[in-house]
Write a protein of this length. Structure first.
Length: 162
């Protein structure tokens, strides 16, 4: 996030080829692109010239997601995407992630310390312990089993002499 810059600039920074004019950056093209992102991702902002740092955390998140989607990625990494945002906006972010995966076919890697978030948003879970894969789980896996892997308890059980 470029916190000191406007919503307009933050929205277009990944798409400079789309906002290029004959003499550099076209403010009109930049504005049109930003309006599209604000509309598509339902970003609440008083206007496009508002510094992005003054938007709520959730609206900042949505603006950055919209910006990233202009690059047509095949894979997105969401690292703690709902940290510090209210419950209503969390639901918006979850819906947005689902929509992106379904409509664009982009893969999503979700990194989260919130187990409920991982269970709700994932169709496959890879648990890590000390930098190694400690378990792989399909959707519907039990929370306790996943937590044991994350804490290294399943590895320790396997390593115990019988």
């Amino acid at each position: 996030i470029l916190s000191e810059l406007s919503v307009r600039v933050n929205a277009s920074v990944n798409a400079l080829d789309q906002v290029r004019g004959s003499l550099g950056i076209s403010t009109e093209k930049e504005k049109k692109l930003a309006e599209e992102i604000v509309g598509t991702y339902e970003i609440k902002t008083p206007d496009l010239e508002q510094k992005i740092k003054f938007l709520s955390g959730g609206n900042q998140q949505k603006a950055i997601i919209g910006r990233c989607m202009k690059a047509k990625p095949k894979l997105l990494i969401f690292d703690e995407p709902t940290k510090g945002i209210d419950i209503g906006t969390k639901v918006d972010i979850y819906r947005l992630m689902k929509r992106i995966a379904e409509e664009t076919g982009a893969g999503i890697i979700l990194v989260s310390s919130e187990m409920d978030e991982v269970l709700k948003c994932s169709n496959r879970i890879i648990a890590m312990y000390n930098g190694t894969i400690a378990g792989e789980f399909e959707q519907g896996a039990e929370k306790e089993e996943i937590m044991q892997s994350i804490l290294g308890l399943t590895l320790q059980k396997e390593e115990l002499p019988q």
